[in-house]
Design a protein around this ligand. Structure first.
Ligand SMILES: C[S@@+](CC[C@H](N)C(=O)[O-])C[C@H]1O[C@@H](n2cnc3c(N)ncnc32)[C@H](O)[C@@H]1O
Length: 435
């Protein structure tokens, strides 16, 4: 399994990136793209020798030429998670220059989180290769499948609480086919959370371009926005622990119901913020991490949150109004804005910790260098793209920081996507002092 939802095969001396296959299988594949000299793309259409990890896709819309929303409906969840661990380990090796392996024990079949990789002792020094294991995350919350008698909380279905659908010429909701603009009708998307499915059941949207849905399993609320928009989209309240966040479908929020709590816990555990400290939250969205870091640093501390989406900053301002130690900056994260975030020159303030949660492209080496030039004692990097994470870890290494621990969460079952939380700390070495 490779980054991007395909497997790697060879035919006639050429690499073939093949979808709908699994490692070890012998397949007949239809070539879908032969425009490149060095590689082709193909869809497996006949499985001649199946992998033991192959299952019948639970979704009738998955398969060659059909809906492109899911990549791995045909693999059991253990194989999906092992594949994601391999993808992360390869990205860390190739782009991060790190010694990393998928954990050979990584075969989680329960929803209980496995032990995190790394974090060996308070000194921060990591020994041996980074061992990558992808942890299952329970769906939970109101209306989830796990609530139902006999329901199975870890079947990889019914988790996605935020979805943007395209619309067919007949007004049905749909998703794009893989690498295509064609819209495939998916009136019954299997990964959609039951609250999303319930809000759209039986509905048609003739003439609409897109339909966006946000469901909050913590409160049971659902907002539906139809584009082009006739009115401002409604909002839902999300609760995370004791805190409430109010936002519309147009503002970024994690799409897996278990994600906010799991990621906040992983970030707090990594950073261990102390009262009175200054923390940065880069790419802060609706203020999820800023809110909890603010509680940890307390009224005597400070959290500076930077976000470019005006609607997200407005949502954060409402939800974090009781936390005066949070300073929300409505601006783009750039090397210059990060350099100046706590003032500059002789009046510059200190940065103790930072969390960054950039979009798929990553923060980039220049932003990493600007952030690490503040010399934070710990940085939690929340990454939705292992390749971008690998590149940014290489930049961190050049700036004297090292990967201390890595956790990976299966927040996007049935798809190739995976979320990582990496802890970076200043590089430490062991010495024998001779004189
Ligand atoms: C992956 S989301 C993370 C949001 C938040 N940390 C959360 O978990 O809810 C990335 C966020 O970065 C914002 N963003 C993208 N590029 C940005 C930039 N150059 N500067 C600031 N924010 C940016 C997006 O609007 C989005 O809210």
């Amino acid at each position: 399994m490779a980054h991007g939802g395909f497997c790697v095969a060879r035919a006639g001396g050429r690499v073939v990136f093949v979808r709908h296959a699994l490692p070890g299988e012998r397949v007949r594949a239809r070539v879908t793209d032969d425009s490149h000299d060095r590689y082709w793309r193909a869809d497996a259409v006949d499985i001649l020798v199946p992998s033991p990890q192959r299952v019948a896709a639970p979704c009738p819309h998955a398969g060659p030429g059909a809906c492109g929303g899911c990549d791995w409906q045909h693999a059991d969840l253990a194989a999906q998670r092992r594949g994601k661990a391999e993808v992360i380990a390869e990205a860390l090796r190739r782009f991060g220059g790190l010694d990393a392996v998928a954990d050979p024990e990584a075969h989680p079949v329960s929803v209980a989180p496995a032990a995190p990789a790394g974090r060996q002792g308070e000194s921060g020094a990591r020994r041996g290769p980074v061992r990558v294991v992808v942890e299952a995350v329970p769906v939970g919350g109101r209306g989830s499948r796990g609530d139902r008698p006999g329901g199975d909380g870890d079947d990889g279905l019914g988790w996605r609480t935020r979805m943007r659908f395209a619309v067919t010429a007949q007004g049905e909701i749909g998703l794009r086919a893989s690498r295509s603009h064609a819209v495939v009708a998916v009136p019954d998307c299997r990964i959609a959370h039951p609250l999303v499915a319930g809000a759209l059941a039986g509905r048609r949207f003739p003439g609409a371009e897109a339909v966006e849905v946000a469901a909050s399993p913590s409160t049971g609320q659902v907002a539906v926005a139809v584009y082009p928009a006739a009115a401002a989209p409604g909002e839902v309240v999300e609760t995370v622990g004791e805190r409430r966040f109010q936002l519309g479908p147009d503002v970024f929020w994690q799409v897996h119901p278990g994600a906010p709590e799991v990621l906040v816990a992983a970030v707090r555990d990594a950073l261990r913020p102390r009262a009175g400290e200054t923390a940065l939250d880069l790419y802060s969205g609706a203020g999820l991490f800023a809110a909890f870091l603010a509680v940890d640093v307390g009224p005597g501390g400070r959290v500076v949150a930077m976000e470019s989406d005006v609607a997200a900053v407005a949502a954060a301002a409402r939800s974090l109004a009781d936390l005066p130690q949070v300073s929300l900056r409505s601006l783009r994260v750039t090397p210059a804005t990060v350099r100046g975030v706590v003032g500059s020159g002789s009046t510059a303030g200190r940065v103790d910790t930072a969390v960054l949660d950039p979009p798929r492209t990553g923060a980039g080496p220049a932003v990493m260098a600007a952030l690490l030039a503040h010399h934070p004692r710990a940085v939690a990097y929340v990454a939705c793209d292992p390749v971008a994470l690998g590149r940014d870890l290489a930049a961190a290494s050049a700036a004297g920081y090292e990967l201390v621990s890595l956790r990976a969460f299966d927040l996007f079952p049935m798809t190739t996507h995976v979320e990582c939380v990496a802890l970076l700390e200043p590089h430490v070495i062991e010495l024998i002092v001779t004189r």
